[in-house]
Design a protein around this ligand. Structure first.
Ligand SMILES: CC(=O)N[C@H]1[C@@H](OP(=O)(O)OP(=O)(O)OC[C@H]2O[C@@H](n3ccc(=O)[nH]c3=O)[C@H](O)[C@@H]2O)O[C@H](CO)[C@@H](O)[C@@H]1O
Ligand SMILES: C=C(OP(=O)(O)O)C(=O)O
Length: 432
């Protein structure tokens, strides 16, 4: 098994280019099977979650052609099964989008209950409520969700929580329902807008994505399309924080600065300079960073998927910061690992009280999930000495070439098997 090995203490410098958004790409890949024509998707991130979903799509009979690392052609004409088994998708959350996509296209779907990051209970009652409102009967048996409808009919759905997954799933199925569907209290994240734009490019009729109310007029057919996925807000934010934490100067390219505003605002508050360009941001930090209060919220609030990374930054900043997690009940599991690096963080319920320390020190730590893993990498980049981050497979669910992108910014970081003493020695020699 490979791990990340990092020697901290280097200020990140240079330029990094951000890939396509994982959470948009997952919805878009599911949507792509809803037509019998060929769909070309560009700017697809080359990450584990995408590989898993593409395999599942191929397994049910869709044709998947990798044109290059970031482009795929999908044709859903010869889909022969509406059954997605657990073995294919147990590691990812967004497998549930195949429910909405298959239900919309074939009025039937059977998909294993989703996996994804283990960050608290993640019910799917709002997805089910939406499908039922569209006329489907839904049952859960033997770990599978089965949804079936004689005919999908447009409906008025009020979500009890502004769920990203439920909003996208209902949008997918409702595209092919008879009549109009209105989703109220819809999620507004950039990936909702991107999935809606993609569906519209296939001939769907969706209005209002990005606001609380989405209106979908069902259409009888979806067609082929070519589509370029938006940049990943969370990958971009992670590099912004890594640049700030190491007192670096980094140009983060291929981003939509508007999507980063909540992150930018917090960085500015703790003393970082953020310059915005049309499709890039430059992050410059020169002095010890300060403290702040943060509450995770649905978009346009501070994203929960950036909570571990900002906590890592604040752990080595000055003063006492408070981070409140309002989306998930158990997203502070990584704090014990940060504490092993000398951080002073106390978790009380959904709040972390972070007393900034003078310096943190390298240690062997383990990534409990995707973003927590990224947070431990940021901590390793700042820490004195060597850090080893285990379980990088979680991190690779959502970050493409993470260690290579960090190396490109001057970080002393590599992915090696730490049992391989020669490789460890070689790394240590190279960075000493
Ligand atoms: C693949 C993907 O896009 N994952 C993202 C998506 O996850 P995901 O779509 O799973 O997150 P949701 O927006 O659905 O969840 C938000 C909150 O609503 C609750 N809830 C959700 C659905 C439901 O039926 N019932 C219910 O109670 C959840 O427990 C959670 O507390 O949005 C999250 C919130 O921005 C991000 O952290 C994830 O990275
Ligand atoms: C929580 C995340 O992913 P998922 O919903 O796919 O588990 C994430 O991207 O941070």
């Amino acid at each position: 098994m490979e791990q990340y090995i990092i020697k901290g203490g280097k200020a990140l410098q240079g330029e990094v280019s951000i890939g396509g958004a994982k959470n948009a790409a997952l919805g878009i890949l599911a949507a792509a099977i809803m037509t019998d024509e060929t769909v070309t998707i560009e700017n697809l991130p080359d990450i584990r979650d995408i590989h898993v979903l593409l395999e599942a799509i191929e397994e049910i009979g869709a044709a998947v052609e990798r044109v290059d690392k970031h482009t795929v052609k999908i044709n859903g004409k010869n889909i022969k099964s509406i059954n997605i088994d657990y073995e294919f998708i147990r590691k990812i959350r967004a497998s549930y989008y195949l429910l909405g996509a298959l239900l919309g296209k074939y009025n039937r779907a059977q998909v294993a209950l989703p996996g994804g990051c283990n960050i608290g209970s993640r019910p799917i009652d709002q997805h089910i409520k939406g499908f039922e409102a569209l006329g489907a009967s839904v049952k859960i048996e033997h770990g599978m969700i089965q949804a079936e409808a004689k005919e999908l009919k447009g409906s008025h759905i009020y979500l009890d929580v502004a769920s990203v997954g439920a909003t996208i799933n209902i949008m997918l199925a409702a595209c092919r329902a008879n009549g109009q569907t209105i989703i109220e209290n819809a999620a507004k994240e950039p990936h909702i807008v991107d999935v809606a734009n993609f569906l519209n490019s296939m001939g769907a009729n969706i209005k209002g994505a990005g606001t609380d109310v989405i209106r979908i007029k069902g259409v009888s057919k979806l067609s082929g399309s070519e589509y370029n996925i938006i940049p990943d807000q969370i990958e971009a934010g992670t590099f912004m924080l890594a640049a700030a934490a190491t007192k670096g100067n980094v140009l983060i390219k291929n981003v939509i600065p508007k999507h980063l505003e909540a992150i930018t605002a917090k960085l500015v508050e703790i003393g970082v300079t953020v310059e915005e360009f049309d499709d890039a941001v430059r992050v410059i930090a020169t002095e010890k960073l300060g403290h702040t209060h943060i509450k995770t919220l649905p978009y346009p609030g501070f994203p929960t998927d950036m909570q571990p990374q900002i906590t890592a930054v604040l752990a080595a900043s000055e003063g006492t910061s408070i981070v409140t997690e309002t989306i998930y009940e158990n997203r502070f599991k990584y704090v014990d690992e940060l504490s092993r690096m000398g951080a002073n963080i106390k978790v009380e319920g959904n709040t972390a009280i972070i007393v900034g320390v003078e310096s943190i020190t390298g240690a062997i730590v383990s990534a409990p999930d995707l973003r927590a893993g990224a947070a431990l990498v940021i901590a390793g980049l700042v820490a004195e000495g060597f850090t080893i981050v285990e379980q990088v497979e979680y991190i690779e669910r959502g970050y493409e070439d993470f260690e290579r992108k960090m190396q490109g910014l001057g970080a002393s970081m590599a992915k090696i098997d730490i049992e391989d003493e020669k490789a460890v020695q070689k790394f240590k020699l190279r960075v000493s």
